[in-house]
Design a protein. Structure first.
Length: 351
């Protein structure tokens, strides 16, 4: 299947080797907090990169903006403040943890390029509100871009590959790319909108097999209006069902996504669909940091994989990962935080 990616370089992008200002995601800190920690630990501690995290930065307003709650001028002022903080820290390379944030920053910079008067207004609003000024980033990337950029270094330092230790066969991995990564501005994403390579490149570099499926480019169904308005959530679950039905015949060992909302919904909706329809989905859903962390030998509970709805233990067993089942529900201080009750409908042991 290499032919599909033969020309991915046509949609490549400049990615700086080092020195980044890092902006966390507001929703990732709730959905998969261990992933953001793993990103920083791997790049800083294992690869020795210079990445600064500034506690003063805020949400990009993306969810509110796309839900027509936050006005465009406010969003631009907030983005301008983020860039001002980057400037004050002495950095010019910006890496965003959230797909929506990456889309917001890309959209604002594009609007400022085509409509300079909007940039002027944003600078004026920022200065009036905070007294700050800013320089625009020289390099803007998403965290999955940066992880892709160092994938070979991770492969060299890794303690395992994405291989079934019992059979010796590569794990079969299906990827899902967040819509705001490449569909808004295809040239901003590695590989473009149709055949993005950012996750497939990691999978292949770490020994797995990237598996195609018909609805690969289909939206997961997150959609902010679907998420925020309870009456609309049927649209969300229907989209996830479409994707799961499409990938199931290919028997993937796991799904990997680069958007926090996508990973959350593709994971949680499996339980919902099993309860609603009697389906038997049990496909673990990983973030790319969790995938990298397993390659690097990080303990799965330190990665936060106990946050998943679909149990990850079958995948860990395939990889030959040693783990302590009793530590799954221990907090950082070793205190038991509680174990969820076994679901009445969804029983992985019966699958």
């Amino acid at each position: 299947m290499k032919y599909r990616y033969a020309n991915w370089q046509e949609y490549s992008k400049e990615i700086a080797d080092d020195h980044y200002y890092y902006a966390r995601s507001c929703i990732r800190q709730n959905f998969f907090p261990g992933s953001e920690k793993a990103f920083l630990d791997i790049l800083r501690n294992d690869l020795g990169m210079d990445i600064v995290e500034d506690p003063r930065h805020t949400t990009c307003t993306g969810i509110g903006y796309h839900s027509d709650v936050v006005p465009l001028d406010t969003t631009m002022a907030v983005v301008a403040r983020q860039f001002a903080l980057m400037t004050e820290c002495g950095y010019e390379n910006y890496v965003a943890s959230c797909i929506t944030s990456f889309g917001i920053y890309s959209e604002v910079l594009d609007m400022w390029h085509h409509f300079p008067e909007l940039e002027t207004k944003a600078r004026e609003n920022l200065f009036k509100a905070t007294g700050r000024e800013f320089r625009k980033p020289k390099i803007l990337v998403h965290t999955s871009d940066l992880m892709f950029h160092v994938r070979e270094k991770i492969a060299e330092k890794g303690v395992r590959r994405l291989v079934n230790v019992s059979t010796g066969e590569p794990l079969r991995v299906v990827d899902h790319i967040g819509c705001h990564y490449a569909k808004v501005f295809p040239k901003k994403g590695i590989g473009g909108a149709e055949f993005p390579y950012v996750l497939a490149g990691m999978i292949e570099a770490w020994g797995g097999q990237s598996v195609d499926y018909p609805e690969r480019r289909h939206c997961c169904g997150f959609g902010f209006r679907n998420y925020l308005v309870q009456a609309n959530r049927g649209y969300s679950v229907a989209n996830s069902q479409k994707k799961l039905e499409s990938m199931a015949p290919y028997h993937p060992d796991f799904i990997v996504a680069n958007c926090p909302g996508c990973a959350m919904f593709l994971d949680r909706w499996q339980f919902t669909l099993n309860a609603m329809t009697g389906s038997r989905y049990a496909i673990p859903v990983l973030t790319y940091e969790e995938m990298a962390g397993l390659v690097m030998g990080i303990d799965p509970w330190e990665l936060g994989m106990q946050m998943h709805q679909v149990p990850v233990e079958p995948l860990l067993d395939k990889l030959g990962v040693e783990y302590d089942p009793s530590a799954k529900y221990l907090g950082r201080n070793g205190k038991f935080i509680g174990r969820p009750a076994d679901p009445a409908v969804y029983n992985p042991a019966a699958l």
